[in-house]
Design a protein around this ligand. Structure first.
Ligand code: HEC
Ligand code: HEC
Ligand code: HEC
Length: 757
């Protein structure tokens, strides 16, 4: 016990304890975490300080050092000494290794979600005091009055035609293109957003968008549009009123005596409390913006969605588990559609907002729209036959049948590039494109092999996707379904949470063609693209929704291969282009571009992701497909840009850039090559080990994409993977261990002499 107390009071023990406590606080408890370099600096200061105190005079210094000198020199401690030597050497090697080992974690980016607003806001030619600014709708009309209700409904229409693509139908930030952005669009249902903000704060954020944020809000990364350019002042207030009305949140006010009301939980009800009026109200609130108040598919948002929202009065449904002769889906099929939504379309899943009873009530309502005669409806399930085991023979049979029955629409490689020469249309005479079977992320309803079997057996009613139950044996259908599942492995899936493209070093020349085997060495990354729904000229839809990237480099050059699944070969005037061109509108050339900053900021700050900004410019590598009519070759062009309001300027000399594209089986593969270092100050240098921000863009010629009408990604990173040098990787830690060991032994020698003297 006494020994224990002595140990606890010993200056050496106290010093080690103090250092350990400070380390834990600095390294684990402080939020946001300190960068490693700062942590090391702080710890050096702390250790120096502790040593200074512990060795303040000769006596304390002696006390402090005594256990160490005994360990080093006392004849009775030989074994402990040897163990300590091993531990010290091992520790030195491990710490050194942790510094020299290659690491691929993306640079840390911190963001203040709700930075302080400016005190005055200048928009619409006025200046507003945000401390006193009131929502005129709320100030003028009491909640529940006709004028208030009218304003909410107009606000809803504006929301569903402007904001829904990002913030989602349920206002939860999960809009159709939400996942293409980082940071993700705000979730208004969450109590952490509008529920704790003043309406004047929202007015600031909505009118000035991402670019209006102060630095700590990372304005360069936010996709939030600048709405004062596209909406009137009163429209913004109506949308704000709608946001609170829809979510049931109450805006925060400056009057502190008023307690913040509890956020209302999403209403859910059991069947007993759902009368017809209640169901009508749910339909009106949740579904009518797209499916129309009368269920005719003519909601205000309908024209902005492709595919268009279903017209319930026609009672024609795409996704069902009933056989080809049964006209209707079962209630269970409906439940699934409404609960989980149809991936890749405007139709969201509602299970987070609507109770099962509410969904069942809506199904009843949908049937009323279609005037179903419930009694004489036939719901025969699809005959599933016997599911065979998956063997190479079955897959070969599947491929053979796939070529016969599916390739004409879904393409040789399954990318949805129709080869039959037909311009497919759905029953409403809208152009329709077969699904890209290599991209399960875009499949609407189907996920498993059983469901592929169901889909191809019963077809997709209302679309050209035919049923195959009368023309094909169950065995062949299972073979195809199994083969179709293997197509998923032929594409790189969307990267979830990963943001770094590793560029791999190779010896000798970089490949100048896309089919070179050298590309296999480069890890591929796939990112979601969003059409430009941010700024006029807005684009609401794009068939090309993902981009896959690989990078290689050598001593002098860097090359990127950018793949975009594109069903149509838009080389204006080419036979293939003419065959599939849309009837209205003019086709442009397919094009792909890479965007890079002109310099690294040294911090997490980047140029604004849409073409940079006045302080941080960007350069772009632009490739465009050739053209037959008007005649022109493919383009490789460097452009410079410094903001979304000024058109990018082509360089007079683009000689540094080479770009070559090939289209085959519904995919463009474009190879860009540039020297790692150029003479131009507008070109970033690619040094080994540094993280360079990079973004991608695509123009689909079929849709006439041109200029600002295109799809893009936000910023990601590319990093030139340094070749691991084994001498450095293992030699440096070994050397450190050796040196420490040597020092230790020298100290032992000194102390041994003293102890034996
Ligand atoms: C292109 C996608 C996009 C569209 C369209 C869009 N937003 Fe946003 N919005 C975002 C993103 C991303 C954020 C989060 C980053 C930020 O705060 O700037 C955001 C944030 C916000 C915030 C801040 C919430 C908070 O807690 O601070 C508000 C308010 C907002 N959006 C309202 C709207 C309204 C209203 C519309 C339609 C008029 C709209 N947004 C349209 C992407 C979008
Ligand atoms: C933002 C727009 C939007 C909203 C809001 C919306 N839908 Fe849809 N819905 C769509 C679109 C688009 C489709 C068609 C997708 C397709 O054809 O692949 C669709 C299709 C459907 C279908 C047809 C499924 C099939 O197999 O053919 C049903 C049923 C449906 N929606 C029910 C609802 C219900 C119920 C609500 C309200 C709770 C709702 N939708 C809200 C956009 C929307
Ligand atoms: C005449 C053209 C045509 C043929 C032949 C055809 N499909 Fe399709 N297929 C389509 C279209 C069009 C769609 C998209 C429908 C839509 O988006 O509403 C589609 C969609 C699909 C889907 C997507 C389902 C989902 O949930 O997203 C699968 C799976 C599919 N087809 C498989 C097949 C298979 C397997 C074959 C061969 C047995 C085949 N198709 C033959 C035109 C065709």
């Amino acid at each position: 016990m006494a020994l224990m107390m002595r140990l606890l009071k010993h200056p050496l023990f106290l010093s080690v304890l103090a250092i350990a406590v400070v380390y834990v606080v600095f390294a684990y408890l402080i939020w946001p975490p300190l960068p490693k370099s700062l942590l090391i600096q702080y710890m050096v200061i702390v250790v120096a300080g502790v040593l200074l105190v512990a060795t303040f005079d000769n006596k304390t210094a002696g006390d402090f050092a005594r256990p160490i000198t005994i360990l080093l020199g006392h004849p009775g401690f030989g074994v402990l000494r040897a163990v300590t030597l091993v531990v010290v050497m091992g520790g030195a090697a491990a710490i050194t290794y942790s510094f020299v080992k290659p690491s691929v974690t993306a640079p840390l980016e911190l963001r203040t979600v709700h930075p302080a607003p400016p005190s005055t806001l200048r928009v619409y030619g006025n200046s507003y005091d945000l401390l006193t600014l009131q929502n005129p709708v709320r100030a003028e009309f009491p909640e529940g009055s006709d004028e208030y209700t009218e304003a909410v409904s107009q606000g809803g229409e504006l929301y569903f035609t402007n904001c829904v693509f990002c913030h989602g139908d349920r206002l939860d930030g999960k809009g159709l293109f939400g996942e293409a952005f980082s940071p993700r669009p705000a979730n208004f249902q969450d109590v952490g957003t509008i529920a704790q903000l003043q309406e004047s704060y929202l007015f600031w954020r909505i009118t000035t968008g991402g670019p209006g944020l102060p630095r700590e809000g990372t304005p360069w990364a936010s996709a939030m549009p600048v709405w004062h350019e596209m909406l009137q002042e009163d429209e913004v207030w109506k949308i704000i009123t709608f946001l609170y009305d829809y979510t049931g949140h109450v805006p925060r006010s400056w009057k502190l005596e008023q307690p913040t009301p509890e956020a209302e939980a999403p209403q859910s009800a059991d069947t007993a409390t759902l009368d017809e009026a209640a169901v009508d109200a749910i339909y009106l609130k949740r579904c009518s913006a797209c499916h129309g108040i009368d269920g005719d598919g003519e909601g205000v948002a309908a024209e902005f969605f492709y595919p268009v929202p279903r017209d319930f009065t026609l009672a024609l449904y795409k996704y069902k588990t009933t056989d080809a002769d049964s006209e209707f889906p079962t209630d269970e099929d409906f439940r699934r559609t409404i609960r989980d939504g149809l991936t890749g379309t405007g139709m969201p899943g509602w299970k987070s907002i609507l109770s099962d009873a509410e969904i069942d009530a809506l199904i009843y309502k949908i049937k009323q729209f279609g005037e179903w005669e419930e009694d004489d409806i036939d719901y025969t399930p699809i005959d599933m036959g016997t599911k065979p085991e998956v063997t190479p023979a079955l897959l070969a049979q599947g491929r053979e049948q796939f070529v016969k029955a599916c390739v004409q629409c879904h393409g040789e490689a399954g990318r949805g590039n129709i080869t039959s020469g037909k311009r497919l249309k759905d029953d409403l005479q809208n152009r329709i494109w077969p699904r890209n079977l290599t991209r399960p992320e875009t499949w609407r309803w189907t996920t498993t092999v059983d469901e592929v079997y169901q889909r191809l057996s019963t077809g997709i009613p209302g679309t050209p996707m035919p049923e195959h139950s009368t023309t094909m044996s169950a065995q062949d259908r299972w073979a195809i379904a199994s083969y179709v599942m293997t197509l998923r492995d032929t594409a790189t899936p969307l990267s979830v949470g990963e943001t770094v493209i590793d560029a791999i070093r190779i010896d000798g020349d970089l490949p100048d063609s896309a089919d070179d085997a050298a590309w296999d060495a480069a890890p591929a990354m796939t990112f979601a693209m969003s059409p430009n729904i941010i700024k006029e000229p807005r684009l609401y839809f794009s068939l090309n929704d993902m981009v896959t990237v690989r990078a290689l480099y050598n001593d002098t050059d860097i090359a990127f291969r950018v793949d975009v699944d594109d069903r149509t070969y838009s080389v204006p005037g080419d036979e293939l282009e003419i065959r599939y061109a849309l009837e209205d509108g003019e086709a442009t050339r397919d094009a792909v571009a890479i965007q890079l900053p002109t310099a690294l900021s040294g911090s997490s700050e980047k140029p604004a992701f849409r073409h940079g900004d006045a302080r941080n410019a960007v350069s772009m590598w632009y490739w465009a497909a050739p053209s037959v009519e008007p005649a022109g070759g493919e383009l490789a062009m460097l452009l410079d840009a410094s903001g979304p309001d000024v058109a990018p300027v082509p360089r007079s000399d683009s000689g540094d850039l080479a770009a070559k594209g090939v289209w085959a089986d519904g995919q463009w593969q474009v190879v860009f090559t540039r020297p790692r270092v150029t003479q131009s100050p507008a070109d970033i240098a690619f040094d080994e080990g540094t993280y360079v921000p990079i973004a991608f863009a695509n123009w689909d010629g079929l849709a006439g994409d041109k200029g600002g009408r295109h799809s893009f990604t936000p910023w990601y990173w590319v990093r030139l993977d340094p070749v691991e040098n084994p001498t450095r990787l293992y030699g440096v830690p070994a050397l450190a261990a050796f040196l420490i060991g040597l020092l230790f032994l020298m100290a032992v020698r000194g102390q041994r002499k003293r102890h034996s003297a």
